[in-house]
Write a protein of this length. Structure first.
Length: 256
């Protein structure tokens, strides 16, 4: 009876391949790219009492994206909550009761035509302004990285307006910055170095406010900065949002 021999040469080749593979190093998963899709501003001046303010996005928002919100108001003793016409859930990222502003976000949103509404605990008779940003590529489970704010008095000069610095922990985070002039209605802001200016209030009869953003390539210390047109008293906030992993982003593209 003829004995069948094992193909030892193939076994040796296979072992060699496995040994070679064990010496290779593979890069860790990289983050997908965060990006601004669209932004919108709504504002109401002093006048008739109003319990809410709403901003409607120009185009449909996309499922899985993130919405960042900045809301400011003039009356004391009020609180605010955020809802939208698609039923997305908004979480508070940071608030400043003394100056009366708050940052919110909604993660992994439902897509479609969308109006974002800020509702106050009681009617507001002073100014109130709402700014919303739709962001693609953000992490869908725990997107918020850092959030902080500070107030400053009599600041002037390039990039002098600052949120105070935070330290991000992942590459490619979306940096949302917003500021307001809290001492009078005049003046304007230019976006800080490295930032792109987005929404700005009309001024004159509204408290001057502005939003900006950038994608921070490498994790580390960063502040939201602005350049004021004149010396002014300001309050500035920063929120950072982590990008989804490349694998998660690929799955979302297949689903959508």
């Amino acid at each position: 009876m003829t004995k069948i021999r094992k193909p030892r040469s193939f076994l040796r080749v296979g072992a060699a391949v496995l040994l070679w593979l064990s010496t290779l190093s593979f890069p860790a998963p990289v983050e997908a790219a965060n990006a601004l899709v669209q932004s919108k501003l709504a504002e109401k001046t002093n006048g008739a009492p109003s319990a809410s303010i709403a901003a409607t996005f120009t185009t449909n928002v996309a499922a899985g994206n993130l919405i960042a919100v900045w809301i400011i108001w003039g009356d004391t003793g009020k609180t605010v909550s955020i809802t939208d016409s698609l039923g997305n859930t908004y979480e508070s990222a940071h608030s400043n009761a003394a100056v009366r502003f708050e940052g919110f976000y909604a993660k992994n949103i439902t897509g479609g035509a969308n109006t974002v509404t800020a509702t106050f605990s009681a009617s507001i008779t002073a100014f109130h302004t709402l700014i919303v940003h739709e962001i693609s590529g953000a992490d869908t489970t725990a997107p918020l990285g850092q959030a902080a704010s500070q107030t400053q008095i009599n600041v002037s000069g390039v990039d002098s307006v600052s949120s105070t610095a935070v330290t991000t922990t992942t590459n490619g985070e979306y940096i949302f910055g917003a500021t307001l002039r809290s001492d009078t209605l005049d003046g304007s802001f230019s976006a800080g170095t490295g930032y792109t200016g987005r929404e700005t209030s009309s001024g004159g009869t509204f408290l001057v406010t502005r939003s900006e953003d950038q994608i921070q390539t490498s994790a580390g210390s960063i502040a939201a900065t602005f350049t004021p047109s004149v010396a002014m008293e300001v309050a500035t906030m920063i929120m950072t949002f982590k990008a989804a992993s490349a694998a998660t982003a690929a799955r979302r593209r297949v689903i959508n």
